[in-house]
Ligand binder design. Structure first.
Ligand SMILES: *Cc1c(COP(=O)(O)O)cnc(C)c1O
Length: 378
């Protein structure tokens, strides 16, 4: 059993990514509205997800913020967000003076549970943020139906789900708006930070585009002049970032295939271990496997997931507890401490994300699987 193997890290930039960045720098147009490096990347993102509009922005969190702002979320409003997600799904709700209402997730997909959402909808609900967590598709059929019935728009947080699809359709077009992250650890990156808002609604696209750059836009009847129609932000993506993002996006299919191959390999190698539950791929969906998340069932004399994680890290396998703190249990959301969301609370003690990114080969995955088997069955 090899224990001194060094696992490659993610992300991995190619020569094309680096040349694209250099070319964008040499063009001497670094930001600029209407910059073709940025608009070409936006067109590629929109085409890839099968939506009409993509607006590139500075981060995934900015994308969530702008999507919520485009829906006029503000003080007095509630926004339903799963508690089992990265904080960037929820913090923008508070930027706008609204209140996140945390919902539970399903035990198998770890995505928003429609029954939990149903119980939390009120007159004040202004939006529902659905997260395709780890690249697993959320139940958009049920969640969109709930939104439509209540007249509440749905935002897809697909920060972890470039490559995910439902019934052959890529995610991003199921909600009213969708949010992409291009942070360095995500499926693809625009060179460290980046994001995008996707939508089929031209009014939302125009509003997001305007809010991205200080709320400024043309004045009717005053050609050549712009002013701020409303207070916006500086959430622009630079041309260097867009160039890297576009170069990476061209390899999205290859990277997705590698992620799925690695996931299938781990599933094959980790089968039949008592108390170890492997990730599910809901019927009729494609899981992007941004993270390969396993559940360590408590009992059976097994160590708890946190202990197994520590053991694995000491043996050179960089596993992560897959959200050890549900959002409603973190100090930032202290006023939500009293809420009970039993599935997410339980999962927070049981889930581990194993290394599975496209930079890993079978020899690395063998090492991961061997060490996981040893730690879980110890
Ligand atoms: C990464 C992430 C975000 C935020 O994206 P950044 O680009 O890091 O700001 C939002 N939601 C989810 C689910 C994420 O994983």
């Amino acid at each position: 059993m090899s224990s001194s193997i060094e696992l490659p890290r993610w992300p991995q930039l190619s020569d094309e990514d680096i040349e694209a960045a250099v070319a964008a720098l040499r063009s001497n147009r670094l930001v600029g509205l209407g910059n073709s490096v940025v608009t070409d990347f936006e067109a590629a993102l929109a085409a890839g997800q099968g939506v009409e509009h993509a607006v590139a922005v500075s981060t995934g969190t900015a994308a969530v913020h702008l999507a919520l702002h485009a829906l006029d979320v503000g003080p007095g409003d509630e926004v339903i967000v799963p508690t089992h997600t990265f904080i960037g799904s929820a913090s923008p709700v508070t930027y706008l003076g609204a209140r996140p209402v945390f919902a539970d997730v399903t035990p198998d997909t770890h995505c928003l549970d429609p029954d939990s959402v149903k119980a939390l909808l009120t007159e004040r609900t202004k939006a529902i943020v659905v997260v395709h967590i780890n690249g697993c598709a959320a139940d958009m059929e049920a969640l969109s139906a709930l939104g439509a019935e209540a007249g509440v728009p749905v935002i897809e947080d697909m920060a972890q789900a470039l490559g995910t699809s439902i019934g052959g359709r890529p995610v991003g077009g199921f909600g009213d708006l969708a949010c992409v992250s291009l942070f360095e650890q995500k499926v693809i990156t625009s060179g460290g930070e980046g994001g995008a808002v996707l939508t089929n609604n031209p009014a939302y696209a125009e509003r997001v585009r305007r809010l991205r750059s200080h709320g400024e836009g043309p004045i009717e009847g005053r050609p050549g002049l712009i002013w701020a129609h409303e207070v916006g932000y500086n959430y622009r993506l630079t041309s260097v970032q867009a160039a890297v993002g576009h170069a990476q996006h061209k390899r999205l299919d290859t990277m997705l295939a590698a992620r799925r191959r690695n996931a299938a390999y781990l599933t094959e190698r980790l089968g039949g271990i008592d108390g170890l539950e492997l990730p599910v791929e809901p019927e009729n969906t494609v899981h992007a496997f941004w993270k390969y998340v396993v559940r360590v069932a408590p009992g059976g004399g097994r160590a708890p997931a946190a202990e197994i994680a520590a053991t694995l890290r000491s043996r050179g396998v960089p596993v992560l507890l897959r959200y050890p703190f549900p959002l409603h249990r973190q100090p930032a959301f202290a006023e939500h401490q009293g809420v009970s969301l039993p599935v997410a609370e339980r999962l927070s003690q049981e889930l581990l994300a194993l290394p599975s990114h496209p930079g890993l080969g079978e020899e690395h995955l063998d090492h991961v699987a061997d060490e996981v088997r040893r730690a879980v069955t110890a």
